[in-house]
Design a protein around this ligand. Structure first.
Ligand SMILES: [Zn+2]
Length: 608
């Protein structure tokens, strides 16, 4: 059989000032009836139709020197007229999306996620691909290098040149950073791990390497015994602000605030660094859970359409549970830090009235139209499959530990998932996790799953946390910035008489703009709407900054007159103040029960 020619791609930062990449795609044996090319509608890991073709500024096709006519047949598909011999499609792609999902290019650096720039050759997606990653022209780009986990074919280490992938799917799963980034390396269980940091920063890179090494080793040990990849890359973009990450098979692209990276001399991790480590942990855990253990709905990905699954509670929720849990297990944060994080998560869930309306299975299925497209009513109508999914994972773990007397845990389920689906590449059927959980643990979990995944009943958090010696308490929020997880500073009596309007506000030049009007709150009952700009309470000017202070003068049941602008109309509302709800969670160790404390140590992998 003749060797099938690879699809040949090239990408060059053609005009960094205009944020334009030029991408070419050459197929040696185009379809005789006309060759189709298509850009993905979405990027795996981020479940929203993004229509990357919208950033294509110009398209042309050539065979040798001869132009070949092309027509567009739908929003992201082009078909070239029949051509003999090599056919090259050239796209000019606008790249000014400072996120981890698409592409970004200016004179300081370039980044791209494959789905946003590389067209796939229809009918030839399984072919090997070659990618010529070319340097921009000009002396000012002399110091630029390349960071990616795509395999080098003819390119120096971290250099521009020829790279290759076994298929289209593999090619677009290796994001590429180019620029003058900081590069550092550590090994975890014998596997080289690189960190490339772009953007200005003063991070303590040695500390970062040491911490990430412990974290990565604890993930590898969890799934064991060896890492599934030959190398790994953390692509970090340090910006003034921002937060995000996207998982890939051998790498992750992360966006963080430069303030969140560790400073020289820092001892206990700052809150920002703790969050950054949690993000690294989350994306690294995905190396197993979603990049290799995948829902059947993603095997293969259909890049032209929505891919529906009810399992995102597991792929994102279980990952969100382990991202913080592994930080305490690896000794990177303290047990009380972990309790604070859990307390905050429970607080977030309790402040989401939408948990009473939407189940996590529904949230997962509707991610494409809801989670990724939040609006003013989202807190009232939706629940996050990340957040509730992580707390379901916690409840599942503690349930299994308690009912098997510590013989089994969620760790065993993950290892079984890895063995049966991750290593084999078989997709997880929609009921696969539930069936496997019962088989691995030997206990019946049907009722647990029915309630947790398919109902809006409250999770049995208080009872399960008590089984590991943690006391869960609820109190009113102290202020608009109180995220929970910590005891209140104000005395209980003062808190009990605190009132809230039941809104979330943002700054506005004229007052406090109502971002969300929450179900069950005083503002909703009085007739206020999201988008209204609250300007006065009982004749006194209010802003997002002074709202808490103004409200501190009222007690539950007090009446007040509110003035707010809706568009250009000034409206008046009579409001009856309501007590702040008990929606803020604090967790504390209970010292008395030795058996519970032992169970907690086993769960958190604590010694002693
Ligand atoms: Zn995730």
């Amino acid at each position: 059989m003749p060797k099938v020619a690879p699809i040949r791609y090239s990408i060059i930062p053609r005009s960094p000032q205009a944020h334009l990449f030029e991408v070419t795609c050459t197929v040696d044996d185009p379809e005789p009836n006309g060759q189709g090319f298509a850009l993905p509608a979405w990027a795996p890991g981020s479940y929203l139709i993004r229509d990357f073709a919208r950033n294509v500024v110009a398209v042309e096709a050539r065979s040798g020197r001869r132009p070949v006519p092309i027509i567009k047949v739908d929003k992201h598909t082009w078909v070239a007229a029949p051509a003999r011999g090599p056919l090259t499609l050239t796209l000019e792609v606008y790249a000014w999306d400072l996120s981890v999902r698409a592409a970004h290019l200016d004179a300081s650096h370039g980044f791209f996620n494959g789905p946003s720039v590389f067209p796939r050759v229809l009918g030839k997606e399984a072919r090997a691909c070659e990618v010529d990653i070319k340097a921009p022209r000009g002396l000012r780009y002399r110091s630029w290098r390349v960071a990616t986990t795509m395999r080098r074919q003819r390119a120096p280490v971290n250099g521009f040149g020829l790279y290759r992938a076994a298929s289209y799917d593999e090619m677009i799963d290796h994001p590429v950073e180019m620029g003058a980034f900081t590069l550092a390396r550590f090994e975890a269980r014998g596997v080289p791990h690189d960190i490339a940091i772009s953007g200005r920063h003063d991070a303590d890179v040695e500390r970062l390497c040491a911490d990430l090494r412990r974290l990565c080793e604890s993930h590898i040990a969890l799934f064991g015994p060896q890492a599934p990849m030959q190398r790994y890359l953390f692509l970090v973009s340090a910006a003034s602000e921002g937060y995000g990450g996207l998982e890939h098979r051998d790498s992750t692209a992360l966006l963080c605030s430069r303030e969140d990276l560790p400073r020289a001399g820092m001892r206990a991790p700052s809150e920002g660094y703790r969050v950054f480590l949690g993000l690294c942990s989350h994306e690294y855990f995905h190396t197993w859970n979603v990049k290799r253990i995948k829902p059947a709905a993603f095997t293969p990905y259909d890049l032209g359409h929505e891919n529906y699954t009810r399992l995102l509670w597991a792929f994102e929720g279980i990952t969100s549970y382990y991202d913080d849990l592994q930080l305490v297990r690896a000794g990177l944060i303290s047990e009380s830090d972990y309790l604070e994080i859990l307390g905050r998560n429970i607080t977030s869930l309790l402040r989401t009235a939408g948990r009473m309306k939407q189940t996590v299975e529904q949230a997962s299925f509707d991610a494409w139209i809801k989670y990724y497209r939040p609006d003013e009513n989202s807190p009232n109508a939706q629940v996050s499959y990340y957040l509730k999914g992580s707390l379901i994972a916690l409840c599942l773990d503690l349930t299994i530990r308690s009912r098997t007397r510590g013989r089994k845990s969620l760790d065993d389920i993950l290892r079984a998932l890895w063995h049966e689906y991750g290593k084999t590449g078989l997709g997880v059927p929609e009921d696969g996790i539930e069936r496997l959980a019962e088989r691995v643990t030997g206990i019946r979990l049907r009722t647990f799953f029915d309630r947790a995944l398919r109902s809006t009943e409250e999770l049995p958090l208080r009872r399960l946390l008590a089984s590991v010696g943690i006391d869960m308490r609820l109190r009113p929020a102290e202020s608009a910035t109180d995220k929970g997880g910590k005891p209140a500073i104000a005395p209980a009596r003062e808190l009990a008489s605190r009132v809230t309007l039941g809104v979330r506000v943002a700054d506005d030049a004229n007052g406090a703009r109502l971002w969300h009007v929450l179900d069950g709150g005083a503002a909703q009952a009085a007739g206020l709407s999201a988008g209204d700009v609250l300007v006065a309470i009982d004749g006194f000017k209010v802003s997002a900054g002074n709202l808490d202070r103004r409200l501190a003068r009222y007690r539950p049941g007090d009446a007040a007159t509110l003035h707010a602008f809706r568009s250009d109309q000034l409206l008046e509302f009579r409001i009856a103040m309501r007590a702040a709800p008990l929606d803020t969670c604090t967790l504390q160790f209970t010292g008395s029960d030795r058996a519970a404390a032992n169970r907690r140590r086993a769960w958190l992998h604590l010694r002693g």
